[in-house]
Ligand binder design. Structure first.
Ligand code: SF4
Length: 290
C-alpha cells in the first residue's frame, strides 16, 4: 500500500490564527461566546467549549457587555453595529483576507453594482453581502449571470465590481466571470479574484493527487464548503472518493495491500486528524493481512 498525504493538508493560516487566538482569549476571560462554529470541526469546537467557549447562532444570544468571538469567516456590518449598541466586546478574528474584501466592497458600492461569486448560504458570503449595500447580488452558477445583469440594469449604475468567496472553486469562478464579461459587455466591469491562494493551491494539489490514486480520503466537517469542493474535484479523476469527518467514518471502507490512497483535508481540519487517519488506515490494512 502507498499513502500520499497532501502537503497542504491541515488548517489554513486564517484558521490557525483564529484557533490560537481563541485559546489565548479563553485563558484570560471567563465565558467567551462564539458566533457560529469556530471551525467546521467537531473535536476543535469541543476542545474550546471545554475551556468555557459557548457557541451561539445569533448575536442576540450574547448578554449585554459579554465577550464574543467573530470567527475567520467574518460577520456582516449589521452584526458589528448590534454588538456596539449592546456594549458587547467583540474579539474580531476575521481572517485578514476576508476583512480586505469587506473593505473593498464597502468602498466600491458607492458607485458600482457588486457581484459576489459564492455560496449564498455560506457565512463568509453572508458577511460580505452585509457590507455591499442594496445594489448587490450573490451568484454561484453561470445560469445566474443573466439575473445579475437584469438587477444591474435596474440599479441605474454603469459599473460593476466582482469579488469571490475566498474558498470558492477557482474553476467555477473563471467560468462565471467569463460569462459576466460576455453578458456585461456594455458596462465597465472590474473583476477582483479574491479566492484565497491557500484555497487555490489546495485545490490544485487535490487535482494532482486524485489522478494518481485508487481511493481518495477527504477529511473535513459536514458543513465545510471548501472540503466538499475538494471532493467534487477528486470525483472527476477518481471513482472512489470518501468524505470523512474522523476515523469512525472509515470502518466500512476496504483497504487493499496494493491500494494507492490519497489523503487530504479541508482548511478547518487540524493536521493531527490527518496523521490519525493515515495511521488508522495503515493499521487496518496490516490487521487485514495478518
Ligand atoms: S481560506 Fe484563506 S481567506 Fe479563508 S480563512 Fe483560510 S487563509 Fe483566510
Amino acid at each position: 500500500m502507498k499513502i500520499i498525504v497532501g502537503r497542504l493538508s491541515g488548517f489554513c493560516a486564517g484558521v490557525t490564527f483564529t484557533v490560537n487566538k481563541a485559546k489565548e482569549v479563553l485563558k484570560e476571560k471567563n465565558t467567551v461566546y462564539c458566533l457560529g462554529e469556530i471551525v467546521h470541526n467537531e473535536s476543535v469546537v469541543k476542545m474550546l467549549e471545554n475551556e468555557d467557549m459557548v457557541t451561539v447562532e445569533s448575536i442576540d444570544e450574547v448578554p449585554n457587555g459579554g465577550n464574543v468571538i467573530f470567527r475567520a469567516h467574518g460577520e456582516a456590518e449589521e452584526v458589528y453595529n448590534k454588538a456596539k449598541k449592546r456594549d458587547i466586546n467583540v474579539i474580531d478574528l476575521t481572517c485578514g483576507k476576508v476583512r480586505r474584501i469587506h473593505l473593498d466592497v464597502q468602498r466600491e458600492k458607492e458607485n458600482k453594482f457588486i457581484i459576489i461569486i459564492g455560496k449564498k448560504t455560506h457565512p463568509e458570503t453572508i458577511g460580505t453581502q452585509g457590507f455591499a449595500g442594496e445594489n448587490c447580488i450573490v451568484i454561484e452558477a453561470v445560469s445566474e449571470v443573466e439575473k445579475a445583469y437584469e438587477l444591474f440594469k435596474k440599479s441605474n449604475l454603469n459599473k460593476a465590481y466582482v469579488v469571490s468567496q475566498t474558498t470558492f472553486s477557482s474553476k467555477k469562478f473563471y467560468e462565471i466571470t467569463k460569462e459576466i464579461m460576455e453578458c456585461f459587455k456594455e458596462a465597465q466591469v472590474n473583476i477582483n479574484n479574491t479566492i484565497c491562494d491557500a484555497t487555490e493551491k489546495r485545490q490544485d494539489e487535490v487535482e494532482r493527487i486524485s489522478k494518481d490514486v485508487d481511493k481518495m480520503i477527504i477529511i473535513g466537517g459536514k458543513n465545510s464548503s471548501n472540503t466538499k469542493e475538494l471532493a467534487v474535484i477528486s470525483e472527476k479523476n477518481c471513482n472512489k472518493v470518501y468524505l470523512v469527518q474522523d476515523k469512525n467514518d472509515l470502518t466500512s471502507i476496504n483497504f487493499n495491500k496494493n491500494d494507492i490512497i490519497g489523503i487530504v483535508s479541508g482548511a478547518s481540519t487540524p493536521k493531527n486528524d490527518v496523521c490519525e487517519i493515515k495511521e488508522y488506515i495503515e493499521n487496518k490494512t496490516i490487521k487485514n493481512l495478518s
